[in-house]
Design a protein around this ligand. Structure first.
Ligand SMILES: Cc1cc2nc3c(=O)[nH]c(=O)nc-3n(C[C@H](O)[C@H](O)[C@H](O)COP(=O)(O)OP(=O)(O)OC[C@H]3O[C@@H](n4cnc5c(N)ncnc54)[C@H](O)[C@@H]3O)c2cc1C
Length: 431
């Protein structure tokens, strides 16, 4: 049995048993179709950083260990079953709540874990190494719905909603995208018209994570003129509100265990107390929420890339062709070198953006850079990972097949790579 060493040479498996590398490839076929998910231990690449941008390394390693153990125990055994059936395991949220994973950034006074972005990145990354879908759902719940309420809602709204969201009792959704307006959100058609103390909402949101299972949604709707950034407002809308229903559930390429569905508003009457902040502040709030959300998609990408890389490193050392391990061929070794380098760069960009966020400093450019680079890296690394595995990588018996499918979402959700480049270029040209 091999062990994986830290950069400093001490075998981590004595502390965290998940660092063990288990069976050799010949044994896979005796273990049933889903067995390789168990045999590929969740791994780190060489990622025990001596620095975490100001955070205590020991504390973060404790967070990492608990997220890893949770993912191995409660997620890994079900990954392919949930993926194949497109089952969103809503019950998992209560368990994640007990661990603090549903209110990672929420202050303790509202029942959250009160942790910082370095811890949050670590949790998302660890979960995503095992299952991108659960990583995406955890990110959407924490950064989007919960984050929007945490940063911009009134004290009354925070007391009412944050406690339920942080505990995992409620699942959160966040609705910005519409069928005809994705990147171009300022042209949204979903409209709220004031009627006394109420707003009447009509329209459709699409691609919404937890659009069916979510107990509450923060929804961005038009209250002013088209293309006016002050013409959009954010509302908190509970499931079961008359006029608010879920629509089509998407049948997706990847991230299949993360539920994605439409939200439909048909004369939905919402009391003005459900408005977040003031009328017209919604778009500016949403852009700030996305600044933080993009760090979580970078972390999601990082986890997927690390999972694909670790599986490839192991496989390349074990798989023999022409009498030698395939890792001895430079074509394969260079792929591994590219993967490791891009992952390292992704982690540094992601943690830098998290550091700026924790410090309350501007980080729109840095979070866009992290999201852009890490998500493209996740796609490149998981594509190469399939190649390293040859035909086996093209089957569902090996985890890289799923990493490959899941990774693509990272270059699309919370702003495509093209939109990240738009944000970055605008900011660097203005400076
Ligand atoms: C699994 C999943 C989960 C999601 N979850 C949520 C959620 O919870 N809440 C939510 O609100 N949304 C969610 N989304 C929606 C997601 O944010 C949008 O899909 C994304 O913003 C892109 O919008 P679009 O799909 O309409 O693509 P479009 O905006 O139509 O873009 C199509 C293509 O054109 C490019 N493009 C567009 N404009 C420009 C430009 N100006 N310059 C250069 N290129 C451009 C894009 O980069 C892209 O390549 C989710 C999507 C997916 C797939």
């Amino acid at each position: 049995m091999q062990t994986m060493n830290t950069p400093y040479g001490s075998p981590l498996f004595t502390i965290f048993p998940s660092f063990k590398i288990h069976q050799c490839p010949e044994q896979f076929w005796a273990l049933g179709p889903f067995r390789p998910w168990f045999t590929f231990a969740t791994t780190s690449t060489r990622m025990t950083y001596p620095y975490y941008f100001g955070s205590n390394t020991d504390d973060l390693e404790m967070v990492r260990a608990s997220a890893r153990e949770f993912a191995e125990t409660h997620i890994k055994p079900h990954v392919m079953e949930w993926d194949e059936s497109q089952h969103f395991p809503a019950h998992l949220f209560k368990k994640m709540g007990e661990m603090g994973f549903t209110g990672v950034l929420v202050p303790e006074q509202y029942g959250g874990a009160g942790l910082n972005y370095q811890a949050y990145i670590t949790i998302i990354e660890e979960i995503a190494q095992v299952c991108g879908s659960i990583g995406l759902s955890t990110a959407a719940h924490n950064s989007l719905c919960t984050g929007h309420i945490m940063y911009f809602a009134s004290e009354v709204q925070k007391q009412k909603y944050l406690t339920k969201l942080a505990s995992g009792e409620w699942i959160g959704a966040w609705g910005l995208t519409e069928p005809n307006t994705g990147s171009d959100a300022l042209r949204m058609k979903c409209v709220a018209v004031k009627d006394g103390d109420y707003y009447v909402i009509n329209g459709t949101k699409c691609w919404i994570t937890h659009g069916i299972s979510g107990h509450v949604a923060v929804v961005l709707v038009r209250t002013g003129e088209l293309l006016d950034s002050r013409g959009i407002s954010a509302f908190i809308i509970e499931k079961g509100t008359p006029g608010f229903t879920s629509g089509k559930k998407e049948n997706k390429l990847g991230m299949r265990a993360s539920e994605t569905a439409e939200l439909i508003f048909d004369n939905c009457r919402i009391h003005k107390d459900q408005l977040i902040g003031k009328e017209g502040e919604g778009f500016i709030q949403a852009m700030k929420v996305l600044d933080g959300g993009r760090i979580s998609i970078a972390a999601l990408s990082l986890g997927i890339a690390k999972g694909a890389y670790a599986a490839s490193l192991k496989y390349a050392k074990e798989r023999q062709q022409f009498g030698k391990p395939i890792s001895s061929y430079q074509a394969i070794a260079f792929k591994l070198a590219d993967m490791a380098t891009k992952i390292e760069a992704s982690e540094l960009l992601t943690r830098q953006a998290g550091y700026l966020k924790d410090a309350g400093k501007p980080m729109t450019t840095e979070s866009a850079m992290a999201k852009y680079f890490a998500s493209e890296t996740a796609v490149e690394v998981s594509t190469d990972a399939v190649q390293v595995h040859g035909g086996y990588g093209y089957t569902k018996d090996f985890p890289v097949e799923k990493h490959y499918r899941d990774s693509k979402l990272c270059t699309i959700g919370e702003g495509t790579s093209e939109i990240q480049k738009l944000v970055i270029s605008r900011n660097i040209l203005r400076d």
